[in-house]
Design a binder for this molecule. Sequence first.
Ligand code: FPP
Length: 246
Amino acid sequence: MDIEKDKLPKHVAIIMDGNGRWAKKQGFARVFGHKSGVRSVRDSIKVCLENRISCLTLYAFSEENWARPKMEVSTIMNLMVSSMKDELSSFLKNGVRFRYIGDDTRLSDSMKEEFDYCVEQTAHCQNMTLVIAVNYSAQTEIVSAARKIASDVAEGKLKVEEINKSTIENHLYTAGLPPVDLLIRTSGEQRISNFLLWQIAYSELYFSPVLWPDFSEKIFTDILKDFTSRERRYGKTSEQLEQQNK
Ligand code: FPP
């Protein structure tokens, strides 16, 4: 069955889960799972480019992940930096714009430098946007938006009655990105884990049993096919939607 291109999501978000279990299953240290997970990141970007999906957001490191063993934390951080270095030329060739979201105050200077360089270099790219969530927490993101809005009100730049959904959206880390149409989590866990809480209000959710390093182009493409067969009603009835689409 071919994919119905016009029904594809514009924005896919993925909670990449199961690296540690994947490594353990084969008798390796957890960090081996993270290293192997980079291939799935590359494959996922490829699938988005092939299907003209304009935005892919990956949950790479949560605020809570700092509690992991130091060595594991530094491996994940180093992997992200080295992957960006390795992939920059491919991003430029394929028109991938890079962006990162999260609280950057806790990231190392060298990581911020590398990421900012990648953001600058790919700013003109238009085929898709790749967003990496690092030191990310949706609740912190909403608190930060509330603070910025409150200070605009305090400074007289904004009236309380003027605050609406767009005001909040424009103050989130994801300002300017389309809402998330499809959220995928791998490894069989069925949780949101403080990821994009505002942005997934109307997302379709897909929980895959596959561990992240085994997530392949075929699996992602099959999930996209499943997505195109779902009816997104946004609170309306099926009959209303039929009428609307005539
Ligand atoms: C979750 O698996 C995975 C992570 C917290 C890290 C994901 C990071 C990468 C794949 C590194 C490269 C990233 C980019 C964007 C290039 P887990 O460790 O929670 O697995 P477990 O639940 O089996 O323990």
